[in-house]
Design a protein around this ligand. Structure first.
Ligand SMILES: [Zn+2]
Length: 272
């Protein structure tokens, strides 16, 4: 995978850009790609084994997103720090930006933080991630390059004791330009249970990266959640990456075909 970072992009170790000159119209983010904790945080008071659980990251999501991005020659922006330090897919005023509890696990190292400590975490990982995503998109739009934003996540099969039956979920708000054809394509597959706004809807404030970078610019977007037991090993990761790559290869946002609100972040003349 191409790992070069243009000098103009944030150079912090807490964010990584793959395929920065991606020719694909799709730009991917992996907001919970890593369970890495910088040494200064220790284990945040958790047993080491908790750091490999879904509370620390989205297991398998980066492997899938990276394979899709490489095959499509699409730009991928990923976080390199655990969501336990700071959750890049949350607004700055979210109570779980620095989660005191994740699912049912208390995070001792996240309680009683000073404003200065919280601000340091924002500067460490949240700000570099969002500045990088913004720069990637702005540079593409300045070039007139068609751009659609997709965030790739994974979810745990059982949450607070409740089984989640979906193999994959597509999360969207009232802009369904990209989500609708994506859902249709997935629903045509046999043996795949597709959740629509499952395992959670945008109202749960899980849609932040797409709101900040896509919705604010009129860019078509969608959020993908893959159940993590489907992508716990290389075989499953390849299966889902190849399946989604095939779908993305032919995926056109619905309204881009005949709407003034195109997928390029600028007006597209109606053909009708
Ligand atoms: Zn996630």
């Amino acid at each position: 995978m191409e790992k070069a970072r243009p000098a103009s992009l944030a150079s912090s170790q807490t964010v990584r850009v793959s395929n920065p000159g991606g020719s694909s119209p799709f730009v991917f983010t992996c907001d919970h790609a890593s369970n890495f904790l910088p040494a200064e945080f220790g284990t945040l008071g958790l047993p080491v084994e908790d750091l490999s659980r879904h509370i620390a990251w989205d297991p398998g999501a980066l492997a899938v997103a990276g394979r899709i991005a490489d095959t499509l020659h699409a730009t991928l922006v990923e976080t390199c720090v655990s969501r336990l330090v700071i959750d890049c897919n949350r607004p700055l005023d979210a109570p779980d930006l620095v989660p005191p509890v994740s699912e049912t696990t208390a995070i001792p190292g996240n309680t009683g933080l000073s404003e200065k400590q919280r601000a340091a975490r924002v500067d460490l990982a949240w700000r570099p991630f969002h500045e990088t995503v913004a720069q990637v998109i702005e540079q593409r739009l300045a070039r007139g390059q068609e751009t659609r934003l997709v965030s790739v996540h994974s979810f745990t099969p059982v949450y607070k004791g409740r089984n989640r039956p979906w193999h994959i979920g597509i999360i969207h708000d009232d802009d369904r330009r990209l989500a609708a054809p994506l859902i249709s394509a997935l629903q045509r597959l046999s043996g795949v249970t597709v959740g629509v706004n499952e395992p959670y809807p945008p109202a749960d404030r899980v849609y932040f990266t797409l709101e900040r970078h896509a919705r604010s610019r009129g860019i078509a977007c969608a959020m993908i959640e893959i159940r993590n037991d489907e992508i716990s090993g290389e075989t499953g990761q390849r299966k889902w990456a190849d399946l989604l790559t095939g779908i993305f290869s032919n995926l056109e946002p619905e309204e881009a075909r005949g709407s003034r609100q195109g997928a390029m972040g600028k007006s597209v003349q109606s053909a009708s």
